[in-house]
Design a binder for this molecule. Sequence first.
Ligand SMILES: NC(=O)c1ccc[n+]([C@@H]2O[C@H](COP(=O)([O-])OP(=O)(O)OC[C@H]3O[C@@H](n4cnc5c(N)ncnc54)[C@H](O)[C@@H]3O)[C@@H](O)[C@H]2O)c1
Length: 344
Amino acid sequence: MTIIVTGGAGFIGSNFVYLQLKEHPEDRIICLDKLTYAGNLSTLQEAMEHPNFRFIKADIADRAAVEQLFEQEHPDIVVNFAAESHVDRSIENPGIFLQTNIMGTQVLMDACRKYGIQRYHQVSTDEVYGDLPLDRPDLFFTEDTPIHTSSPYSSSKAGADLLVLAYYRTFGLPVSITRCSNNYGPYHFPEKLIPLMISRALADEALPVYGKGENVRDWLYVEDHCKAIDLVMRKGRAGEVYNVGGHNERTNLEVVKTILKELGKPESLITFVTDRPGHDMRYAIDPTKIHSELGWLPETKFEDGIRQTIQWYLDNKKWWQDIISGEYQNYFDQYYRQKGRVDQ
Ligand SMILES: NC(=O)c1ccc[n+]([C@@H]2O[C@H](COP(=O)([O-])OP(=O)(O)OC[C@H]3O[C@@H](n4cnc5c(N)ncnc54)[C@H](O)[C@@H]3O)[C@@H](O)[C@H]2O)c1
């Protein structure tokens, strides 16, 4: 099978590439990524050594580049991780979120229609459901929860989801969607909560926490998410949405305190800062459907996953320090293009 993985140089996409190469080494994996600020080619260094892996630097919204790739590779599956993904950035500049997250999705699905495909899989987020009140711990998002977005980011993801389902209904394109809660684990870009707090705590810098740190997120270890996507894109029903989450709800403050405790750093590093506009209060996923239909269950408990993640950041300081210094953006030029190992 040939699988195009878009956004594979980002956090979840790169973990997915490694899972595929490990669990399905017979499949050919083509990573298409624009290498925005969030894409880091050094993350894929090991994958580059694999004979069944190819990297292409391109924009998912570039129709000519996408069609050329389909003509060359005749993919069986396309799984779309490529997105602008940071809520704070979407508040600063919504336009690029609509361009990549909605228009890019359209270009990919048009190519799937034109060249034929077994499955187009859209990686989406629980943020499309909006948020839940803190005083109703009995409420969870199911696949039937209405779309009710808060930020330009979640609105762009919701717009893409609606388009994906419309392509199923209107054109019969075999699509599926997973909507997952917050991920954590290796290769997480250091602007996001958990890696940001780890890197700042290690440098004894203040840890900025929005509001009172009461916002609740349902944390899932990234490998568990990748396994869920793998199951759905290969065995899930076409035209269906599957929620993915691990019943691992924690307030942001609890997460930050856990990190400080694991690193042996004082809680006095915590600094509360003005809340993000429109900040969602609580996300909580009901994963009954993916469990009952496909047998998926999360394998990593939060306590174990966060310890493994902290250890990974301790063992891979160069990876995130190069990001903080901006050095990672030279990686493409310095290494891969010189060796002629990537297409552009
Ligand atoms: N991080 C989470 O907790 C989480 C949770 C649920 C769903 N998601 C979804 O999962 C997907 C991946 O998230 P992530 O956290 O790995 O994101 P990320 O920001 O780490 O990575 C995004 C990747 O997409 C690439 N990209 C961006 N625009 C592109 C374009 N126009 N063309 C080609 N490539 C482009 C970037 O270079 C980067 O490699 C996103 O669709 C996101 O909405 C993320």
